[in-house]
Design a protein around this ligand. Structure first.
Ligand code: HMG
Ligand code: MG
Length: 299
């Protein structure tokens, strides 16, 4: 049986916008986040407190967070790679942060200027200090289904890294298919391996990029295995600037359409979301890659 309901963790304003080369104005970002909230997304990742030279698009993180309602029911998590990022996020008054690790050596270097091993030492004080401050911590793990430089990534390696992140104190692990190469049986094997290692779907989320058109099939496979949290980005925006061949995330609209058909509750107002993504596509000057946005916006 499928879960009765799922939580859609919206990443469009962060994973979506971080890759845009043309600077998106602060007011547009704020509008985007607020429209996503109004469309019923239960959690809306807002931005990243990373080095502004590494991701110039999100250099205005503090200004954006200052304009958000941090006391409302919808949390606005932000990415923090290190203690400097955490300091900035705490100063801004955030309630939720997310650390982001790599399952592979090469991507730890390219994305974090770190190594596979030293990234854990970097995150340890971040998680400890965040929890001490009453801030919830999520953990992402990238390159779980393949790495553009290293090729295949063993499931054991992913489980080991994922458990280490959860053991630091993260409430949830988001398993990332950063370059979208995974397929459905790989997803099942991954979830079975986590279950065998004592990590149930209650502590897991899936983060699919749609590079090879597999994101929705993979989400269905995960749903059948009992996963109830899915990362998605409105209109399918996105990618990672430090991962070659990473394109947009699973589009939130495509996920919502599938969930509606399956009778799985999600709480999102699809027409409002399509309007938001259509508007955002106009701001960015190109059409949304989401099939559902295209179909419904045309209708
Ligand atoms: P670094 O250059 O090694 O940093 O970057 P450092 O610790 O050597 O410090 C150098 C200088 O940067 C210092 O300043 C620091 O204060 C400053 P100085 O003393 O020279 O004046 N600094 C900072 N400033 C502002 N905010 C900070 C910060 N940290 C240091 N947080 C670092 C290391 C981790 C900062 C860098 O590599 C970085 O910012 N990386 C982020 C890359 C990124 O954002 N990637 C995209 C997100 S991950 C993703 O998209 C994948 C995901 O979606 C899941 C999936 O799809 O798989 C999550
Ligand atoms: Mg991503």
């Amino acid at each position: 049986a499928l879960p009765e309901g799922v939580t859609i963790y919206e990443v469009g304003a962060r994973d979506g916008l971080q890759n845009e080369s043309a600077l998106v104005p602060l007011e547009t970002k704020l509008d985007f986040v607020q429209r996503l909230t109004a469309a019923g997304l239960p959690i809306v990742e807002a931005t990243s407190f990373v080095h502004p030279k590494w991701v110039p698009q999100l250099a205005d993180a503090a200004d954006l967070v200052a304009r958000l309602d941090l006391d409302g029911v919808v949390p606005y998590p932000v990415l923090v790679p290190n203690e400097r990022g955490l300091d900035r996020a705490l100063e801004a008054g955030v309630t939720h942060v997310a650390i982001f690790a790599s399952a592979t050596e090469t991507f730890a270097t390219k994305n974090l200027n770190s190594t596979y091993e030293t990234q854990f030492a970097m995150f340890e004080p971040v998680v400890r200090r965040a929890l001490d401050a009453g801030v919830a911590v999520r953990a992402y793990l990238s390159m779980c289904f393949g790495d553009p430089w290293e090729g295949e990534v063993a499931i054991d390696r992913v489980v080991t890294a994922g458990k280490r992140l959860l053991d630091l104190g993260a409430y949830e692990l988001s398993i990332g298919d950063t370059i979208g190469v995974g397929t459905a049986h790989h997803v099942e094997a991954m979830l079975d391996a986590f279950a065998a290692a004592g990590v149930g779907t209650d502590r897991l989320a899936m983060h699919f990029h749609d590079t090879y058109g597999q994101a929705l099939a993979n989400a269905y496979a995960a749903l059948r295995r009992g996963v109830t949290t899915f990362d998605a980005s409105a209109g399918g925006l996105g990618g990672c600037p430090y991962a070659k061949s990473a394109t947009g995330n699973l589009a939130t609209e495509d996920l919502v359409w599938m969930l509606d058909g399956l009778g799985v509750a999600h709480g999102v107002d699809l027409p409002a979301l399509v309007q938001t993504s259509t508007w955002m596509a106009e701001q960015l000057g190109r059409p949304s890659p989401s099939a559902v946005v295209r179909a419904l916006a045309a209708g």
